[in-house]
Design a protein around this ligand. Structure first.
Ligand code: AMP
Length: 380
């Protein structure tokens, strides 16, 4: 089970979005074959994979047929059902292991695990009824955020509560059996650490990313984060502790709040490369997807060293609101790189691609990437 999967090997990926696509691109550059499994056709990953299995995740016979054709299985999103990962594990290693998937695919399990293991998390309580919600509000105080226990990514399935009187409506609208109430963190900043851990326990983390969200969706990331170097070291050590405790083989992202008093609180884990790490494609010696390939294949991890200050902005479907974006106008900026995911339907809020800008300083990179995105729309 611990042998190296050398280039030429067959890498299976569950899920077929943009994270799988960028994983497949990195894998193919290293000479691997990529086999993707998902229910979708003409998917971002399927377009660049060697082979596609198009079937439902709960079709365990097809899942097993897929697993028999590959040397290792990884995943590109954490909502892959646990039994799917378990079916694959009967045949080949699943990396990160299925238990990591199981813990991180449900908010309540994830937060409970982190708290039990002594990692700092937002105060929270389990809620399964209106009475429990009211009791949780009394315990945690207001404002608070009510979230479905199941993810729910990019802010879907969550409501901010400002008054106790909001509770009945919030509970009814959320419409789930199990939820989590979290104290609202009046944070100074959001940051994330994307790190990799090898089969031999080796560890490599990218510099800390600083993230800004719009409508609960990541909007801008800059790297390195504009935080005190001591706090950056603490964030990296926190991530290292989590990857080691979970015995991760692969890549994992830790999203954190920096409180106004300078403390770190973990908001969420993602057991895979993360949107905030997309700038590593252009700005780091080894990008997060190559790192995932190396880790799941048992190869040595690459250097995560950052080559230049960088900034990334997401391109949501909204950028298409006035028609086809003006690509040439953005790309006139010579330090800007364009990444598109091969999606044909630019719905509002849908992640269609991203832009990365490199510069001498983070502030300059951020200005450039904002200018590039504005040009896409302004001239459209
Ligand atoms: P999530 O889906 O839990 O990652 O939340 C998406 C975004 O909502 C986060 O990145 C924060 O900007 C915001 N958010 C979520 N939970 C909290 C919280 N407990 N306090 C303050 N802001 C939050």
């Amino acid at each position: 089970m611990t042998k190296v999967i050398a280039p030429g090997g067959r890498l299976g990926v569950l899920g077929s979005g943009q994270l799988g696509r960028m994983f497949a691109l990195a894998a193919r550059r290293l000479g691997y074959r990529v086999i993707v499994y998902s229910p979708d056709q003409d998917s971002p990953t399927g377009q660049v994979a060697d082979t596609e299995f198009t079937a439902r995740y709960d079709d365990l016979e097809r899942v097993k047929a897929f697993a028999r054709t590959v040397d290792v299985v990884t995943f590109e999103f954490e909502n892959v059902p646990f039994p799917t990962a378990a079916a694959c594990a009967q045949f080949v290693p699943v990396r990160p292991r299925g238990e990591v998937l199981h813990i991180t695919q449900q908010r309540l399990r994830e937060k409970t695990y982190l708290r039990e293991q002594g990692f700092p998390v937002t105060p929270f309580a389990r809620v399964t009824s209106l009475a429990e919600l009211e009791a949780a509000i009394d315990a945690l105080g207001l404002p608070a955020v009510l979230k479905s226990a199941d993810f729910g990514y990019d802010g879907k399935g969550q409501r901010k509560l400002l008054a106790r009187a909001d509770a009945p409506a919030a509970w009814a609208v959320l419409g789930v059996k199990e939820a989590i109430l979290e104290g609202f963190v009046d944070f100074a900043l959001e940051v994330s650490v994307v790190a990799a851990r090898g089969l031999d326990g080796s560890f490599a983390a990218f510099d800390v990313f600083e993230n800004a969200h719009a409508n609960h969706i990541l909007d801008v990331t800059v790297c390195p984060a504009r935080i005190d170097p001591k706090l950056a070291r603490q964030a990296l050590e926190l991530a290292r502790g989590i990857l080691e405790r979970l015995d991760v083989v692969g890549v994992l992202c830790v999203e954190m709040f920096v409180t106004k008093s300078g403390a770190l609180l973990v908001n969420e884990l993602a057991p895979r490369p993360h949107n905030s790490g997309h700038l590593t494609f252009d700005a780091s010696l080894t990008n997060q997807f190559e790192q995932q390939v190396r880790a799941v294949c048992g190869l040595p991890l690459g250097s995560p060293q950052s080559l230049r200050p960088a900034a990334m902005m997401n391109l949501l479907g909204d950028v298409w609101a006035n028609g086809e974006p003006h690509w040439a106008a953005a790309l006139e900026l010579p330090n800007v790189k364009l990444h598109l995911y091969g999606k044909s339907d630019p719905r509002p809020g849908r992640k269609m691609g991203h832009l990365t800008a490199l510069a001498d300083t983070v502030d300059e990179a951020e200005r450039a990437v904002r200018e590039a995105r504005a040009r896409l729309v302004r001239c459209g």
